[in-house]
Each structure stands twice: as C-alpha cells, then as structure tokens.
Design a protein around this ligand. Structure first.
Ligand code: ATP
Length: 498
C-alpha cells in the first residue's frame, strides 16, 4: 500500500483525492487532481514534453479515447489483454490470481502463464482467499478493456483505449507523409488510458483511468545503429539489471551496444535519455534501474523489454515500459485495415518500420516523485513536513508573502508578484495567517522559495528570500529577484552561494 503520509498529505492539501467522493458507491481506481496537484501533474507532463519530445525533435499528436473494435482485434487486445482472476468459493471476493500468489507464496507468475498453470501454482502453494481464508475457485482470464457502445442503437462496438499508443500506430502513415520527416521518427502522445483493474487499491499507482505519456520511435531495423547523437551518451552509464545475474550495473551506453546487451545504439540512446529525464525530475540515479524482462514476462509482441523502475519504500515501482515492438503493430493494423503501412525511404527501400516504445505512467511518476520528495523533520517540539520537489515540477517556483496587509505592503507584494510573472516564472500569493504558518503551508506542497515583503522593503527595495529545504534566508534586491529565481530554478546557482 502507498505511504499513509503521502495519502494523508494529498487529502489534506487536495493534491489528489477519489473521484466523485461525495457518492459512497463511486467505483475505486479513479482520482481527481486538486489545484496544486494539477499544477504538479501539468509540470511533470510539461517537463517530459520538453525533454523527450521537443529536444529529440519528435512530434506529438492528440488522439481520442474511444476507438473501434477492429483496432483492438488488430492489436491483439481483444484476445490477450487479460488478467488472471480467481474468486473465493466462500465469500465470493475476487482477486488477481498472480498478485495473490505473489503475496502469499512469493512466487512470480509470468504474464504468459495459462490458467491451468496458475491453478497448479495455487494448489501447490495452498493459496487461499485473502479475506476469509476460503477455498479459491478455478482461475479464469478477464479482459481489462472497457467497452462502450456508440450510436443510438449501440451497434458500433468500441472500447476506451487501454494504452495511448494505438492512435500513434494508426496515425503513423499520415504523420510520416505530411510532416516531411525522416526515420527515426518519434511520435508522442499523452492522455488518459483505461483498464478495468481488478483491485485498484494502490492509490495513483494502479488506477482504472490513468495518464500515460508515450513516445513511439519508428525506425528502419537495418539502421538501428545509425544514431546521429549517440556521441552525446556513449560514455553515459545506464543502470541495467541483466537477466543473467539479476544485478544492477551502471554500464556505458557504448559497452551495452558492443556487448549486445541491447539491440542497438537506438535502444541504448533512448534508455539514457529516460534515465537523464528522471534524474532531472529529481530521482537519485542509484534509485533507478532498467530491468530486463525474459520472454515469459515480456508482452508477446516484444523482442526486447526494459522496465524502467524506481525504488520507493514500497519496493521497485515500474514507471515506464521500454519495448522493442518490431513491426508487430504496423503489420497488424495493415492486415486488419487493408491499408499498406509500409514506407519507402530515399534510397528506394520499402519496408514496414520497427518501433521502440517508451511508455510511461503519468500518475505513477507523479506519486513516486512525491514519495521521494517527502520529508518529515523534528524541530524542537514541532514536526516539519515538506516536499523537497525539484523546482522544475514544484507547483510554484516562489511564494510571495507581504508581512502584513496594511501600510502598502500588500500593494508592493502584488507589484513583485506581477514582475515575477512577467518573466514567466510561476509564483503564488498569500497574505493570510502568520508568516510561519504561510511558510509551513508552501513547504508542504513543495514550493522551493518564498519571498517576504516587510517594512524594510519600502525603505531599501530589498526582500527576504527563503529556501524551503534549508530554511535559510537571504536579503536580496527586488530588481535582481527574477534573474536570481530563474538561475535557482535552472540549477545555475545554489541558494548557499547567493
Ligand atoms: P503493471 O505490470 O504494473 O500492471 P503494465 O506492465 O501492464 O503495468 P504497461 O502496459 O507496460 O504496464 O503500461 C506502461 C506504463 O503505464 C506502466 O509502466 C505504468 O507506469 C503505467 N500504468 C499501467 N497500468 C497502470 C495503472 N493501472 N495505473 C497507473 N499507471 C499504470
């Protein structure tokens, strides 16, 4: 279960909370983001867009959430997007069989295991109902897609997309042609995905509706080693956990390619970019790993899969699936739709592009970043709680506080707020309550800096700049404030060097 402290903080500050919570019968596995939560959420997404889409010269599309049944016939979801479920014969509770086995017997059930095999693991380990210890019935497969019938007669069977990538595959040929791009071409999409999870009891970590930010990189398999920017990462070490020994080792990208640990330079390059993105989000490098999946654990279409995982108190959490999907998707859609999805490159070669996918969960990333940032410190008789979030994803860069509302301090504070906003830096204004309480409130949602306007401000045009983590305070000139804040945000200056 997620940390109580995070769930309590989220509820206390309305960062996220259950959807339709005023209705007792509302289904679990759905969460709304409140005002400050939504700001963090937006920044997590925005930073991914800057780093993994725009900097890589990729393009982004926005597709709809409902897609016709034929799409999922071609993708294989109708047939194989199943979870094994098992029901208690006594109290009728339903469980995901693989998770129950893992909890009670510590045995890992591969995704590809059939129901008979899972039945036998249950019998061998004497796994029983988690609630009443009753005997479990036979395992069956449950399709996790949510069906929607479109049209007045409901005769157009459709599904809510269980992953954002399918639209990218459907749109590839159009985007490739009209955007005048060469391969490798990355097409990104961020948005909601829907899965009828059996027991979504893990807060944002396992929702029935959740955000995904995905990049599908289309490339010529013969040119997997032709990566223009590989030089930028060749000496960078990625934390790879190899199947052969189960140990995490920081391996140079160039060595990962040379020793055939990955299929080619393209794969090593993007794994490096993923690790660099999460380092910039504020995740310590030693808490990240790419876990190599074996053929039983990988999706059936994948030739190579690295699950990008981050360590939190709950254990290692998968945040992104990095899949080499081959030409499975384009060939599948070409076959079912009847459209030719092959392309011809400048040298005249015709082929169906291969795909390397970076499929990340937005909600999981959000939760994990909060979890890693959570700090609780004893301060004399009091306890101090703060989120040590990177300024890149903190809901605001600075909080602006007039010491009091009167004597022109409110006006001066608003003037400073507006100047900071003119520089497109995010600032938050609060004039209610004691300064100490105001600091505590912004610390709790992770605002890195606070600016206090007091009586001296009026005399010498200076303000107090306070640092969230150290609680240190420095006096700075108003005219220098926007540039200082920008430098602090970009990591070009540290607070103690100020
Ligand atoms: P899991 O094994 O944890 O169920 P998965 O392997 O099915 O996840 P993918 O289909 O590879 O997940 O999806 C890519 C990413 O989407 C995951 O790494 C995760 O971050 C996110 N994700 C998947 N399912 C959920 C969910 N139910 N709630 C929140 N995020 C999810």
């Amino acid at each position: 279960m997620p940390k109580d402290e995070i769930v309590n903080l989220a509820a206390r500050r309305s960062l996220f909370y259950p959807t339709a919570e005023i209705y007792p019968g509302a289904p679990s596995g759905f969460f709304d983001f409140g005002p400050d939560g939504e700001t963090i959420h937006r920044k997590v997404l925005g930073f991914w867009r800057n780093e993994l889409v725009e900097r890589e010269k990729f393009v982004e599309i926005f597709g709809r959430q409902i897609l016709p049944e034929a799409v999922f016939r071609a993708s294989g979801h109708l047939e194989s997007f199943n979870d094994p479920i098992v029901q208690c014969g006594k109290c009728h509770s339903l469980f995901r069989a693989d998770k129950l086995i893992e909890e009670q017997a510590g045995e890992h059930v591969p995704e590809s295991a059939d129901v008979k095999k899972i039945d036998s693991i249950i019998a061998k380990n004497k796994v029983t109902c988690k609630k009443c210890k009753g005997k479990l019935g036979a395992v069956r497969k449950f399709n996790m897609m949510m069906k929607v019938d479109i049209g007045a007669t409901g005769d157009l069977p459709c599904y809510l997309r269980p992953e954002t990538c399918q639209t990218i595959f459907l749109d590839f040929a159009r985007v490739y042609k009209t955007m005048r791009r060469n391969l490798p071409l990355g097409i990104a999409q961020a948005g909601a995905s829907f899965r009828n999870e059996i027991s979504p009891r893990q807060s944002l970590l396992r929702g029935r509706e959740f955000g995904q930010m995905e990049v599908e990189i289309f490339f010529n398999p013969k040119k997997i080693d032709e990566m223009e920017n590989f030089g930028e990462v060749k000496d960078y070490r990625i934390n790879l956990m190899l199947l052969k020994d189960g140990e995490v080792k920081p391996i140079r990208c160039e060595d990962a390619v040379k020793n055939s640990i990955v299929s080619g330079r393209l794969v090593a390059y993007y794994l490096a970019r993923v690790q660099q993105l999460y380092a910039k989000y504020g995740v310590p490098v030693e808490k990240m790993r790419f876990r190599e999946l074996d053929s039983e654990e990988r999706a059936f279409y994948a030739k190579e899969t690295w699950d990008f995982e981050v360590e939190i108190d709950l254990g290692w959490m998968e945040l992104m699936a990095c899949n080499y999907r081959t030409d499975y998707d384009l060939s599948g859609h070409a076959k079912v739709s009847g459209r030719d999805l092959s392309i011809v490159e400048d040298d005249g070669e015709r082929f169906v592009p291969h795909i390397f996918e970076l499929s990340a969960g937005i909600d999981r990333t959000f939760y994990v970043l909060l979890d890693l940032a959570y700090r609780k410190e004893k301060r004399g008789p009091d306890e101090r709680v703060y989120l040590s979030l990177s300024p890149r994803i903190a809901p605001y860069l600075a909080a602006i506080f007039p010491l009091v509302k009167k004597d022109g301090l409110r006006e001066k504070a608003n003037e400073i707020l507006s100047t900071i906003q003119d520089y497109e830096l995010d600032a938050f204004y609060d004039e209610k309550g004691s300064i100490g309480k105001r600091y505590a409130r912004v610390d709790e949602i992770g605002v890195p800096y606070a600016v206090t306007i007091d009586y001296d401000t009026k005399k010498d045009n200076t303000v107090t700049l306070r640092d969230r983590d150290s609680m240190g305070q420095k006096r700075v000139k108003i005219e220098e404030l926007p540039e200082l804040l920008w430098k602090l945000k970009m990591g070009k200056l540290s607070f103690d060097k100020l």
